[in-house]
Design a protein around this ligand. Structure first.
Ligand code: ADP
Ligand code: MG
Length: 249
């Protein structure tokens, strides 16, 4: 079992605050993720989970606080955007593949265009990743020819193809028909077991319990409680956590 550790965290958020207009949606978030660790963030809708992820890859600028990923200070206004895109991958609920590009082109595009890697080299890697996602025969298909579960696995391969240090997963099964949830969760699980550092926002409690090293519970823009999954789910400490788990379990 990989250990959660505060020291030498790969991803670190300290005192992160963010308001949209008058509404403060993050009210001082601290979070540390060690290399190879899998962290699940759970909590009610609107509690700030997606905003946390979006601050980590720089999509949402913060008002206060410091975020680092390895040696990159994400919250530095002069942050190297290319380096950030390279190091931090993200997979969304909506997979947002380019419909007029093949699966292979979707997966290989960013390393070629953003990082300037040689096409042949990247396409080899992309094919390998598609095989790992159990989609080897789909390289030349178009996204519209694939099921939702398959498209989401393409999106995961696309994130992996940048060879990031951490991947953020934002409710990646929420838009899928029930019969496709399992195959995508297995794919996420494989990514985690292969050693990728992962931060996942999920409503799939069983998955959080089985796949994560550490679970964070957010409510109204703060982290209320965090812990090792077994203790977290069987013996939550905070009344807000208990109330939430009573509703969803
Ligand atoms: P969660 O992912 O936990 O459901 P979010 O992080 O998406 O929560 O949203 C937290 C709060 O911030 C919500 O009240 C949401 O409406 C608000 N919010 C998120 N993004 C924006 C935005 N770009 N502009 C205004 N309000 C936003
Ligand atoms: Mg969300």
């Amino acid at each position: 079992m990989r250990q959660a550790t505060q020291d030498g965290a790969l991803v670190s958020l300290r005192g992160v605050r963010k308001a949209f207009g008058n509404i403060e949606v993050l009210r001082g978030v601290d979070l540390n993720v060690a290399k190879g660790e899998v962290v699940a963030i759970i909590g009610p809708s609107g509690s700030g989970k997606s905003t946390i992820l979006r601050t980590v890859n720089g999509l949402t600028p913060v008002d206060h606080g410091v975020i680092t990923v390895g040696d990159i200070t994400v919250t530095d206004p002069k942050v190297d955007k290319v380096a950030l895109r390279h190091r931090v991958g993200m997979v969304f609920q909506q997979y947002n593949l380019f419909p007029h590009k093949t699966v292979l082109e979707n997966v290989a595009m960013a390393p070629i265009q953003v990082l300037g890697e040689p096409r042949r080299h990247v396409e080899e890697r992309a094919k390998h990743l598609l095989a790992g996602m159990r989609l080897p025969e789909k390289a030349l298909s178009y996204p519209g020819e694939l099921s939702g579960g398959q498209q989401q696995r393409v999106a995961i391969a696309r994130a992996l193809c940048m060879q990031p240090e951490v991947i953020l997963f934002d409710e990646v099964t929420a838009a899928l028909d029930p019969e496709m949830v399992k195959e995508v969760l297995s794919a996420v699980r494989k990514v985690a077991e292969d050693g990728m550092t992962c931060i996942l926002v999920t409503h799939e409690m069983r998955f959080a319990r089985e796949a994560a090293n550490c679970v964070y519970f957010t409510d109204k823009g703060v982290i209320v409680e965090q812990g090792e999954p077994k203790a977290f789910f069987t013996n939550p400490q905070d009344p807000r956590t208990k109330e939430f788990l009573d509703k969803v379990l």
